[in-house]
Design a protein around this ligand. Structure first.
Ligand code: GLU
Length: 325
């Protein structure tokens, strides 16, 4: 795959919101952390609007998110990229995976998959997704393909991938089937992708591009060196590393930030009705996000201006995470 950004960047970070609603206290934590990490490393901070899941997107939400970020002093270093305009890149990546034998068409409906899982004696736990049972891996048997899947099970990556000195080392070992990676906050991580998720979707039956493919293609195309995002996405990282290996693009460093939970103990999300950030009190919202990130409180919260507060937190972030190089 061709990476569209020029010569060896030292640090390019990004914030990649899905425009399914306004920013809330939880998403501001990820936005602030990715901005601070970019600034602490003298890098660039890019913005990507992840609007591939069109049915879930809310009209005007992306523009509102950009306004909310601007009100918090978090300004991207380049105009935002929109995933909805990048279908040709995703198609090219899918074509590459198909031609390499890493992707196959799948005819299964959700019901087919549940029936096949039940036949294997797998009972679904609450909220737990069961791995795809591999029904179409070796052919459609006369059925019509609806979606495209990545062939995790047959993907054999024997090479250890070592990035620069302090970066992650990703190893996909055929023998132990375990993908190991390093998170800058959570430390060493591992997942057996085949048994945890199985062959995952690249293009959905409704024709929309799946998050996993779009995010990997875009991170590579935008030359992203550092992904800083919420911890709820950490278990997607092994799938993304496998795709990076299959497409032959670099694996960024990863840092997953703490989540903000609501009164019910569940992660705040647009789906469970998290409140939009109050644009009239950006410093207050930023201070809450900084506290979640373990950054120092402002000595005089009412006298500070946003730029002073951000400068204080950049310095603290640099001490905590010490830069990636
Ligand atoms: N678009 C995703 C979200 O809003 C974030 C994806 C990412 O940062 O990789 O949850």
């Amino acid at each position: 795959m061709t990476v569209g950004v020029g010569a060896a960047p030292r640090y390019i970070g990004r914030f990649a919101p899905s425009p399914t609603g306004p920013l809330h206290a939880g998403s501001l934590v990820a936005a602030l952390a990715s901005w601070l990490d970019a600034r602490a490393n003298g890098g660039q901070w890019l913005m990507r609007i992840e609007d591939v899941d069109t049915p879930r997107c809310v009209s005007g939400a992306a523009e509102f998110i950009l306004q909310q970020l601007a009100a918090c002093g978090l300004l991207p270093d380049a105009p935002p990229q929109w995933q909805s305009a990048r279908g040709a890149l995703y198609q090219r990546a899918l074509d590459q995976l198909v031609s390499q034998g890493h992707a196959y068409p799948c005819a299964c409906s959700r019901k087919d998959i549940e029936d096949a899982q039940a036949a294997l004696g797998h009972a679904r736990e609450r909220h737990a997704a069961l791995p795809y049972p591999g029904t179409c891996r070796h052919g459609l048997q006369g059925r019509t393909g609806r979606s495209w899947r990545f062939n995790v099970t047959d993907f054999k990556q024997k090479r250890a991938l070592a990035l620069d000195s302090k970066a992650l080392i990703a190893i996909y070992s055929v023998a132990i089937n375990l993908l190991q990676w390093h998170d800058r906050r959570l430390g060493p991580q591992q997942q057996d992708v085949a048994s945890a998720v199985g062959d995952f979707v690249l293009r959905r039956a409704d024709g929309f591009w799946a998050y996993q493919l779009a995010v990997v293609v875009d991170d590579a195309n935008q030359g992203i060196t550092d992904v800083v995002r919420g911890e709820d996405l950490a278990d997607n990282t092994p799938r993304q590393i496998l795709l990076q290996q299959a497409l032959g693009v670099p694996t960024p460093r990863y840092l997953h930030t703490p989540l903000v939970c609501g009164d019910n103990g569940e992660k705040l999300s647009k789906q469970n009705g998290a409140q939009a950030l109050d644009l009239t009190e950006p410093l207050h919202a930023l201070s809450d996000a900084a506290r979640v990130l373990g950054l120092p409180p402002l000595a005089h919260p009412h006298n500070n201006c946003i730029s002073d507060a951000l400068a204080l937190w950049v310095a603290a972030w640099r001490r905590n995470y010490n830069g990636p190089s």
